[in-house]
Design a protein around this ligand. Structure first.
Ligand SMILES: [Zn+2]
Length: 381
């Protein structure tokens, strides 16, 4: 059955667009607004949606989408797990006084999960973390945190970076899901999302960004699913996966004052909660994250004019067990998911042309710096 990418709309009040995520169809939802959804489905699922009263317009087959966007030119400039490890090692070797490469865990298939610690470690009570690539196909989410690390090290002897690295530490984990990322580099698998866990029913993969231990598993919807075959499978229990455990243990050891995790695509700045449409109850926390998100939105727009919309995570779609619900819910620290370029599937979706790596990094640089400054300079509570 061929997979297709479709735009779904609804004019029928009996099948509102918001109900789409509650359908047990195993849909792979790529975009969701009040007016339309873009999702990947097989032809039978698309026909069922149509029969339920949804407007279903086929944009492309998945195969032709990948063929159009995933060219040699597009792929050049992105890291593999191996080339990332090599470059992180060089960065650490070139800056031994302020950088250290650590293996924080191993993936299901045994690949190292690597973190680069950057800071002078004089009195390093303040620490901030940037994560990338929970989802295999989101290649740009490796490059932005990697370029952040590289840039911080290049600027380490000048203000304000020098002061940050004297005050505290910046930790960067650019590739949480190396197995999945490697899988997307093999023919026919460019749109793989999950890790490479062999599930009990023979299907493959757990969604690492649904496997964290705060309100884990409390939803069973198409964007946060208990069906192992689904793209958003939450796993058999919280932290069932070595990749999410590696992040859990790092956070438990380092007690970061803030965590920002990169994903793609859609150009959004998301803050908790994902598991409920209710807002964060603590008003000061809510204001802190809302203000920071607005600042980041403004800073990003100021570089190349791109809009990254700031909103509560559940306003995109419901998710239980994501990284930021856990870091905020468990550790009470400001936590963000930044969905990087592009804005839509028409501009490439998950397959961002590599000539956009640099501008995407450029626009995210001041927002990342604002987050570092906020966390490292925040008064003690
Ligand atoms: Zn993602």
């Amino acid at each position: 059955m061929a997979d297709v990418i479709v735009r779904v709309t609804s004019t029928d009040p009996r099948s509102p667009l918001a109900r789409l995520v509650t359908l047990p169809l195993g849909l792979d939802v790529w975009e969701l607004t009040q007016d339309e959804a873009v999702l990947q489905a097989d032809e039978a699922q698309a026909a069922r949606l149509e029969a339920m009263g949804y407007g279903v317009e086929q944009l492309q087959t998945s195969e032709s989408y990948v063929a159009d966007f995933d060219t040699a030119r597009t792929a050049a400039g992105y890291h593999s797990a191996g080339s990332l490890e090599q470059e992180l090692r060089h960065l650490a070797d070139d800056h031994p006084e302020i950088a250290q490469l650590q293996r924080i865990g191993r993936s299901i298939e045994g690949r190292p999960i690597l973190a680069l610690r950057i800071g002078e470690r004089r009195r390093s009570a303040r620490r901030v973390a940037f994560l990338g690539c929970h989802h295999a196909r989101e290649w740009i989410s490796v490059e932005v945190p990697f370029l952040l690390a590289k840039d911080l090290l290049a600027d380490a002897s000048t203000a304000p970076v020098r002061d940050w690295l004297q005050q505290g530490e910046v930790w960067v984990v650019p590739m949480v899901n190396p197995d999945g990322h490697e899988h997307t580099r093999t023919p026919g698998n460019r749109l793989w999302r999950k890790n490479r866990r062999r599930n009990r029913d023979g299907t493959i993969g757990v969604d690492l960004n649904r496997n964290y231990g705060y309100m884990w598993g409390t939803l069973d919807v198409t964007t946060s699913s208990h069906t192992p075959a689904d793209d958003t499978y939450v796993g058999p229990r919280a932290f069932s996966e070595p990749e999410s455990r590696a992040v859990r243990d790092l956070v438990a050891r380092q007690l970061f004052g803030g965590v920002l995790t990169y994903h793609s695509y859609s150009q959004l700045i998301l803050y908790p909660w994902g598991y409920t449409s209710g807002p964060i109850p603590d008003e000061a926390d809510r204001r802190e994250m809302r203000d920071l998100a607005d600042d980041m939105q403004r800073l990003i727009a100021g570089v190349h004019g791109e809009t990254y919309t700031a909103q509560q995570s559940s306003q995109l779609y419901p998710t239980a067990g994501d990284t930021t619900d856990w870091t905020y819910g468990e550790y009470d620290v400001p936590s963000f998911t930044v969905e990087l370029r592009p804005a839509s599937v028409l501009a490439g979706g998950f397959i961002l042309p590599s000539d956009q790596i640099q501008p995407c990094w450029e626009e995210n640089r001041p927002a990342a710096h604002a987050f570092i400054r906020h966390v490292l300079e925040k008064p003690e509570r």
